[in-house]
Design a protein around this ligand. Structure first.
Ligand SMILES: *[C@@H]1O[C@H](CO)[C@@H](O)[C@H](O)[C@H]1NC(C)=O
Ligand SMILES: *[C@@H]1O[C@H](CO)[C@@H](O)[C@H](O)[C@H]1NC(C)=O
Ligand SMILES: *[C@@H]1O[C@H](CO)[C@@H](O)[C@H](O)[C@H]1NC(C)=O
Ligand SMILES: *[C@@H]1O[C@H](CO)[C@@H](O)[C@H](O)[C@H]1NC(C)=O
Ligand SMILES: *[C@@H]1O[C@H](CO)[C@@H](O)[C@H](O)[C@H]1NC(C)=O
Ligand SMILES: *[C@@H]1O[C@H](CO)[C@@H](O)[C@H](O)[C@H]1NC(C)=O
Ligand SMILES: *[C@@H]1O[C@H](CO)[C@@H](O)[C@H](O)[C@H]1NC(C)=O
Ligand SMILES: *[C@@H]1O[C@H](CO)[C@@H](O)[C@H](O)[C@H]1NC(C)=O
Length: 537
């Protein structure tokens, strides 16, 4: 209701003052370029990163689009720089963004937004794509999809950052896939979803190929790279821009600098701007986003916000302004773009270990049904901080493959996308069964507790569709399917749709595993899991 009130008063004000500006035309992708949807003329990003640093805080952050005072203060400076897109890194989906989004519309500025937030993002050291993250991502999509000036979403920023953590990209690509599927399933506008990478010379080709490859369901719609190679005075060749332009020439999707502006030489002269928007680069690149609006301790700012709330422009601001004013990139027409064949996926090797077989789509209904079917679960008063000890101990005793994920082999436990408490319950139950339901085996000094297992008939179908149906047959605890593309796992009550939309399940081929000693636990698991309705595939 508040939303509506603000919207109409903003519209009223606009009509009273000057002309009512229409909403901006959506930006669409054809081949490797962005286009205005109203006239099919090419769109280059002339962007600025717009968010105060969140590095010092773990969970709280300032959402720049929920601060109309800040938006009113800053947008005129963006306009002075001919800004047509801002990048924001963390949004608070429970706050009201109407006013800032309208001010940006009026100024001709699009928004490209990261979907994660500091304490809800894919962690490169222990990567996961789970129900909590899917819920976070879709909450941002729900809140912003209706603004025509949302240009796109980033499913991750610099998650994989060197050869040691390339496996994490499988989870990010699953996030791309599921966010795209969610947008489609909700009937929202076809908002593109992509990734923003760091510039690591060893992996940047494989990384871009990985996100750009595969079919429409799985691949990223665009690829951004955070680029700091051109410092002070340089040239297309000596800066390194020529090399990466050649490397990214045939990705088949739009590429752009999702951050740029090396500050090793200060003030920044932004001499790279005419090259970025010039003939050496415009066939391949769609412009870039300067890092960043606010001056902070890292010295990347274009303006300083003074103690009295006023804005002072820095030398960098004026230099960037004159550079951007000088460019006039060639404008392609959407109708002239010939279809582009997607790039080939990288193969597993010394520098790249992420399988093209992606983690499963998180589905809360699968996790909830699993928990209902257990006889032993984690006690509700156990602190999350104490989970690790329990995981470590139990997994040293039994097979935990039902909850584990290996993005190199491409093998993912059916319950690997469940939240930690559900996963812990799953393995505590296995341990209990393994020990013939001895009372001591569901105790752990009060950390585990007995419950009466239930399996609603609707759950049998949900679990079966997820590939958990033959828990006892070993082969199905793992699911090597690369996601059904079903977007029903949005969180709350997706059980019915999740079964019906998972129609392609029959083509999934669960990985077969040799029967080993640990299968005993899984076999025992099956009988309890489904009670009377046991299904083997
Ligand atoms: C296409 O539309 C956009 C947005 O209204 C406008 O900025 C651009 O100048 C138009 N291009 C042409 C060639 O008319
Ligand atoms: C962030 O931390 C740095 C280094 O400790 C400090 O200099 C800076 O003032 C902090 N910024 C904020 C906004 O707290
Ligand atoms: C999001 O906004 C709400 C309401 O203003 C606030 O309570 C919450 O702490 C914010 N969350 C974050 C992560 O900043
Ligand atoms: C979305 O936008 C349309 C067209 O501007 C509007 O009619 C509709 O009410 C909006 N819906 C929401 C949920 O804001
Ligand atoms: C990779 O990045 C991580 C996290 O930033 C860092 O700890 C590690 O040392 C890096 N490893 C290599 C091989 O560069
Ligand atoms: C896309 O590729 C994946 C993995 O190979 C496959 O499971 C899925 O069915 C494909 N989707 C379409 C629409 O072809
Ligand atoms: C460009 O690539 C070539 C070949 O790998 C390399 O020798 C050269 O140093 C690179 N140039 C820059 C500026 O990175
Ligand atoms: C994951 O799979 C790869 C390839 O099969 C294997 O080498 C690696 O040991 C596995 N990792 C774990 C933790 O099991």
């Amino acid at each position: 209701m508040l939303f509506k009130t603000l919207l109409s008063s903003a519209a009223l004000l606009a009509s009273l003052s000057t002309t009512v500006s229409a909403d901006l035309p959506a930006i669409e992708i054809v081949g490797n370029k962005f286009f205005y949807s109203n006239n099919g003329s090419q769109f280059y990003m002339k962007g600025i990163a717009y968010q105060q640093d969140t590095a010092n805080t773990t969970s709280l952050f300032v959402d720049p689009l929920a601060d109309p005072v800040g938006c009113k203060r800053d947008i005129p400076y963006m306009e002075e720089l001919q800004t047509n897109v801002i990048r924001v890194y963390a949004l608070n989906a429970t706050e009201d963004h109407t006013e800032c989004m309208q001010l940006l519309q009026d100024a001709g500025i699009y928004v490209i937004a990261d979907l994660s937030q500091p304490d809800l993002s894919i962690n490169r050291d222990s990567p996961a794509w789970n129900v909590e993250l899917l819920e976070r991502y879709t909450s941002v999509v729900d809140q912003f999809h209706n603004y025509t000036n949302i240009l796109g979403f980033f499913a991750g920023n610099e998650v994989t950052n060197n050869v040691s953590n390339t496996d994490a990209s499988a989870f990010v690509k699953a996030a791309v896939r599921d966010t795209k599927a969610y947008i489609k399933a909700q009937g929202y506008r076809d908002i593109p979803v992509g990734y923003s990478a760091n510039d690591d010379i060893d992996i940047r080709v494989d990384l871009a190929d990985y996100f750009a490859c595969g079919n429409e369901t799985e691949r990223a719609d665009f690829f951004g790279i955070n680029m700091y190679e051109w410092c002070g005075e340089s040239t297309f060749k000596t800066s390194g821009y020529a090399n990466i332009t050649a490397q990214y020439a045939n990705l088949g999707i739009p590429v752009f600098f999702s951050e740029y502006g090396c500050n090793l030489v200060q003030p920044r002269i932004f001499q790279e701007v005419p090259t970025l928007y010039g003939p050496d680069m415009t066939d391949v690149w769609s412009g870039g986003i300067v890092y960043m609006y606010f001056e902070e301790t890292n010295n990347y700012g274009l303006v300083t916000i003074e103690a009295d709330g006023s804005v002072s422009t820095l030398a960098d601001f004026n230099n960037l302004k004159s550079q951007l004013a000088s460019v006039s990139p060639s404008i392609a027409e959407a109708s002239d773009v010939s279809s582009v064949t997607p790039t080939t996926c990288p193969t597993i090797g010394p520098d790249w270990v992420a399988s093209t077989n992606l983690p499963p789509t998180p589905d809360e209904s699968v996790c909830a049904c699993m928990v209902d079917s257990l006889s032993c679960v984690v006690a509700s008063n156990v602190n999350q901080d104490d989970y690790e000890d329990l995981f470590n101990y139990v997994c040293s005793q039994i097979d935990c493959s039902g909850i584990s994920a290996n993005a190199t082999s491409g093998e993912y436990g059916v319950f690997s996308p469940c939240k930690p408490s559900d996963q812990l319950s799953f393995i505590l139950n296995l341990y209990y069964l393994e020990n013939n339901k001895a009372a001591y085996a569901c105790s752990f000094s009060g950390s585990a507790t007995i419950q009466s297992a239930t399996t609603a008939s609707s759950c049998t179908a949900v679990l079966s569709a997820a590939g958990a149906s033959g828990l006892g047959s070993v082969s199905v605890t793992f699911s090597s399917k690369s996601g059904s593309g079903s977007a029903s796992g949005s969180g709350s009550s997706a059980s019915a749709s999740s079964t019906s939309s998972g129609s392609s399940k029959s083509s999934d081929s669960p990985k077969q595993y040799a029967v080993s000693a640990i299968t005993k636990a899984m076999l025992i698991g099956a009988t309890v899991f489904f009670g009377m309705g046991l299904i083997f595939v």
